[in-house]
Design a protein. Sequence first.
Length: 138
Amino acid sequence: MPTIHVDVVSATESLYSGEANCVFAPASTGEIGIYPKHTALLSTLKPGEVRVETEKGIESIYVSGGIVEVQPDTVTIFSDTAIRAHDLDESKALEAKQRAEEAMADSNNGHDITSTQAALAEAMVQLQMISKMRGKKL
């Protein structure tokens, strides 16, 4: 079966580099599936799960957004924040969700509503991924 080379890179580290059967990423227009020999593509990413499917299984990585560049034989995902799903911290995600909800409820606090909404969306996606991972373990 043909493979495609995948690199998932955050601002501080490379989280994945290797061959994959396919990749799924949360593009700004919806989830995209990328297979070997895919047409060239450049897209922004929204917060969500990147799934890299290999012969050994699925590598699940949270991204806070970013950019995906697709070439016929290579996929590169750049994100400011990227965390392997099994490294997500539920207590930190719950705290971030609570802070964002409190900031949104207090409209006189001077917070930028757009960044507050983005923080809430990121926390919600992390909690969804944690819940999904927990379901796989049961």
